[in-house]
Design a protein around this ligand. Structure first.
Ligand code: PAF
Length: 285
C-alpha cells in the first residue's frame, strides 16, 4: 500500500483516505464521497483494530462483510481498499504507541481506558502507510476526531483532517455499524439518544443557562427508559478543549474559539451507543 501511495504522490495525485473498521454504512459512504470530491484518488482501509477494544468489549463479534464492503466502497468512489491482517499491522515485537494526553481522560476515554491510545497508534500507522493528503472522519466520534486532529498537529503529520457531518436514519438515530446488534425494540428506543440531545439544545435556545440542571433532567429521562441499561455520560463540554461546562454564562467560549459540545454515551442492552451535537453558542447568546 505504501509503495502504491508513494507512486501516486510521484504522479501528483491527491490522496484522500478513509480509515474504517468495515461493515460500511451510509456514514462511511458519505466520507468516501466527500474524499472523492476533494481528491483525485481515494483509499479506504478496513481493519478491526484489536488494540482499541477493552476486555469484554465487542472485538470478537464486531460485524464483518468484506465482499459487500468492497462493492460499496468501489461504487462510492474508492480507488483502493486496504485490508491488512492483524499480523501485518502488529508484528510480534511491536512496542510503539501514540497517546494524546488529557483529551483522552474524559468522556469515552474514562469508560474505555486505553481506547484512544489504540486508535491513535493504529491511525498513525495507517497515515504512514497510506500517505494521504487528507483524511476523513465522521463527527459522530467527535472525541476521536478531536484527538486525531491534535495528534496530527502535535506530531507534524503532513496532512489535513476533515471532519464530516453525522449521517442519521429517518428517526434521527446516528448511523453506526453497532446498530446491527440492536433488536427491533432496542433499535426503536435508541432514538432516545438524539431526542435528549435535541431537547437539551432546545432548552438552551429557550434561554436555560444552567447546564447541570439540564444534565440531571436528561440523565433521569435516559435512565427511566426500560431499554437503557446504563448511562455512561451526558456531558456539556467545550468543543475544542473538552473542558466540562456547568453554566453557559460562566464559560469563556471566545478564549478557545470554540462551541458547546453536547455528547452522550449510553448502553441499550449490551450495545454501547454514542451521539453528539456541536452547538453554535454564538447564535444563542
Ligand atoms: O472510527 C473507526 O472506525 C476507528 O476508530 C478507526 C478510526 C478506523 C481506527 O481504528
Amino acid at each position: 500500500m505504501q509503495d502504491i501511495s508513494l507512486s501516486l504522490r510521484k504522479q501528483n495525485e491527491t490522496i484522500g483516505f478513509v480509515p474504517t473498521m468495515g461493515y460500511l454504512h451510509k456514514g462511511h459512504i458519505s466520507l468516501i464521497e466527500k474524499a472523492k470530491k476533494d481528491c483525485t484518488k481515494v483509499i479506504l482501509s478496513i481493519f478491526v483494530n484489536p488494540t482499541q477494544f477493552g476486555k469484554g468489549e465487542d472485538y470478537e463479534k464486531y460485524p464483518k462483510d468484506l465482499n459487500r464492503d468492497k462493492i460499496l466502497a468501489e461504487t462510492a468512489g474508492s480507488d483502493y481498499v486496504f485490508v491488512p491482517s492483524v499480523g501485518e499491522m502488529y508484528a510480534e515485537n511491536f512496542k510503539a504507541s501514540v497517546k494524546v494526553k488529557e483529551l483522552d481522560f474524559v468522556m469515552c476515554g474514562s469508560f474505555r481506558p486505553g481506547h484512544f491510545e489504540g486508535v491513535c497508534t493504529v491511525v498513525a500507522k495507517l497515515f504512514n502507510i497510506a500517505l494521504p493528503h487528507r483524511a476523513y472522519f465522521g463527527l459522530k466520534d467527535y472525541q476521536q476526531y478531536l484527538i486525531i486532529k491534535k495528534m496530527v498537529e502535535d506530531l507534524n503529520f503532513p496532512l489535513q483532517i476533515v471532519g464530516c457531518p453525522i449521517i442519521r436514519e429517518d428517526d434521527g438515530v446516528a448511523m453506526s455499524s453497532r446498530n446491527k446488534y440492536l433488536s427491533k425494540s432496542e433499535r426503536k428506543n435508541a432514538a432516545i439518544l438524539v431526542e435528549c440531545l435535541n431537547q437539551a439544545a432546545n432548552l438552551i435556545k429557550g434561554g436555560f443557562t444552567n447546564l447541570e440542571d439540564i444534565h440531571n433532567t436528561m440523565c433521569e429521562k435516559l435512565s427511566g427508559n426500560p431499554y437503557v441499561s446504563k448511562v455512561d455520560y451526558f456531558d456539556f463540554r467545550d468543543s475544542e478543549t473538552l473542558e466540562n461546562i456547568s453554566s453557559i454564562d460562566k464559560h469563556d467560549f471566545k478564549r478557545s474559539g470554540s462551541n458547546l459540545l453536547i455528547a452522550c454515551a449510553i448502553r441499550i442492552g449490551g450495545t454501547r451507543l454514542i451521539d453528539n451535537m456541536v452547538f453554535d453558542i454564538g447564535r444563542v447568546t
